[in-house]
Design a protein around this ligand. Structure first.
Ligand code: NAP
Length: 294
């Protein structure tokens, strides 16, 4: 008899999650049998027992695999047995699975981001015969939360120089500090998310990543980019926000003639990579993308 995959997501609240659509599409298109359920677990301390209990269900094989989202990406670390090197360095887990009673925690956000970025970035720059050399690549990441942490890790790992622009410099410094062991400290700098500081760096930047929620539905008229400042000439613009599909930040990039994409590609890729860990099957990214609600 073929295996039935009991999959799901833990986090809180989970009302607007796209994960059930994405993973149901992946299950169907891979001709597997299974389900993907939402398991809302309240923030600590209220949700502590529930978090332990659900990890036990992964350990004993009742659940084949889980995704983890806010507020449990970090809380869950002491509850599981083994972390992937990426999850350990990033300090956050978004995927759980078990083998022989050992619960593993992985993080597919960073690889999901860099795979999607490479797809877009190489296509655009190859087409224009303007592919930049890796040592000259400089990225500006806006924000210093959980997503920024994964994005900065992925970029450093791929050889980029990274500038983190955040409204809270302590959080940015904290990210820089946690990666200084594997990236030289001169490959990562932190600046305030302000017009004056960004304008000094403007002409050396090849990529801008919005890793703040600014511009996300329902605040669709807001942009994370400081007013009165043009975008870096020739840069690629990547907005992690995907609702709406065309954010104010992306609209500005298009008006300035720059290539720009939203976060749907990353959303799909991180989900597909988790699905591969659970099932060993690489699902159709195209079918999964079509399942994301507009
Ligand atoms: P988070 O941990 O809450 O971090 C948000 C960051 O944005 C923090 O640094 C926060 O600063 C900053 N920020 C919030 N409002 C701001 C404002 N008005 N001006 C300047 N900075 C502001 O959230 P996250 O998990 O990193 O997620 C960030 C965004 O990425 C969300 O929209 C999320 O949906 C999206 N995302 C997309 C994907 C994908 O697959 N496409 C994956 C993950 C996340 P403070 O620390 O000062 O509050």
């Amino acid at each position: 008899m073929s295996k039935y995959y009991s999959l799901g997501l833990i986090g809180y609240p989970l009302l607007k999650s796209q994960s059930p659509n994405l993973h149901s599409a992946a299950i169907r298109s891979s001709n597997l049998m299974g389900e993907y359920k939402l398991y809302p677990i309240e923030p600590f301390p209220l949700g502590k027992d529930a978090l332990f209990e659900i990890v036990e269900r992964v350990r004993d094989g009742q659940l084949s695999g889980l995704n983890v989202t806010i507020p449990h990406k970090t809380n869950i670390i002491p509850v599981i047995d083994k972390l992937s090197p990426e999850a350990e360095l990033i300090g956050a887990v978004n995927t759980l699975y078990s083998q022989d009673g050992v619960v593993f925690g992985d993080n597919t956000d960073a690889t999901g981001f860099i795979k999607d970025l490479s797809r877009h970035f190489n296509r655009v720059f190859d087409k224009k015969s303007k592919k930049v050399e890796i040592e000259k690549k400089k990225a500006l990441v806006l924000g210093a939360g959980g997503a920024a942490r994964a994005v900065v890790f992925a970029l450093l790992n791929a050889g980029w120089m990274v500038i983190i622009a955040a409204r809270n410099p302590v959080k940015a410094m904290d990210i820089a500090h946690s990666y200084k062991l594997f990236a030289n400290s001169d490959r990562i700098i932190c600046i305030p998310l302000e017009k004056k500081s960004i304008s000094i760096e403007l002409h050396s930047i090849n990529l801008v990543v919005n890793a703040t929620p600014v511009g996300m539905y329902p605040d669709v008229n807001r942009s994370p980019w400081p007013g009165g400042l043009t975008l870096p000439p020739g840069a690629f613009i990547y907005d992690l926000v995907y609702k709406p599909h065309e954010t104010k930040f992306i609209q500005t990039a298009i008006m300035e003639g720059l290539p720009a994409v939203n976060g749907i590609g990353m959303l799909v890729e991180q989900a597909a990579l988790a699905f591969e860990l659970w099932t060993g099957v690489s699902p159709s990214r195209e079918i999964m993308s079509k399942a994301v609600e507009h």
